[in-house]
Design a protein. Structure first.
Length: 220
């Protein structure tokens, strides 16, 4: 039987003050969040920076999702800011094993994110030395980007290429589709706009968790 699917609130903002408020709000309903870092080059948008994180030092368990070129340049500051794990994009660097090694050296767990167009097999050479793989179901860079359901067909291949690592889904997840996503039995689902653009983020989080873990009869 599959373990409980975690819902990970994904925080995306370019305003340090808003980041602090979103983290504080998250503490009412979870003990773990993902904070997105974007450089305006790997993806079109920019966000808060590792320096902002180091200044704020979020008072919650968190991981950094680096949507940026040269992710290795951010690792030390992210670690000093208190992150437990970093997830970088396969497509953002050719120095995958070096980035993983450098993250380990600053006491970070490591995951890799794979964009919709990238075959999961592209990352299989370093699969044994990462902790999680994050399958993007949107083209990254924006809150509210459209969900790409065909990406879910990659999950069975991910299990073969990445045995023993946690599998996550990120992008376009909301109450209207989370039940169909959860039936693939991934370990965690990252959700941004469906939580933080909701009038009541805590209620939205709890409802998403319920739907992911208590699907209606006939779903399977």
């Amino acid at each position: 039987m599959h373990n409980e699917t975690k819902i990970v609130p994904a925080i995306l903002t370019d305003e340090p003050a808003k980041l602090a408020l979103m983290v504080e709000d998250s503490r009412r309903f979870t003990d773990w969040v993902q904070i997105d870092l974007m450089d305006g080059q790997f993806v079109p948008s920019s966000s808060i920076t590792p320096a902002n994180l180091e200044e704020i030092r979020p008072k919650i368990g968190w991981e950094a999702h680096i949507m940026a070129l040269h992710p290795e340049h951010m690792l030390e500051q992210i670690s000093r800011a208190g992150a437990k794990r970093v997830i970088f994009h396969h497509e953002a660097t050719t120095r995958h094993t070096e980035v993983i090694r450098m993250a380990r050296e600053v006491n970070l767990e490591v995951g890799v994110a794979i964009n919709p167009e990238t075959p999961v097999e592209a990352a299989k050479d370093y699969a044994p030395i990462i902790d999680c793989v994050l399958l993007m179901t949107v083209n990254p860079g924006f809150y509210g980007a459209p969900f790409i359901p065909v990406v879910l067909d990659k999950i069975s291949r991910i299990r073969k290429c990445f045995p023993g690592v946690d599998i996550g889904i990120d992008g376009g997840i909301k109450q209207s589709n989370i039940t169909s996503v959860a039936r693939y039995e991934v370990d965690f689902i990252c959700v941004g706009s469906a939580i933080f653009l909701s009038p009541e983020p805590a209620r939205s989080f709890l409802e998403l968790f319920r739907q992911a873990n208590c699907p209606p009869p006939g779903t399977f």
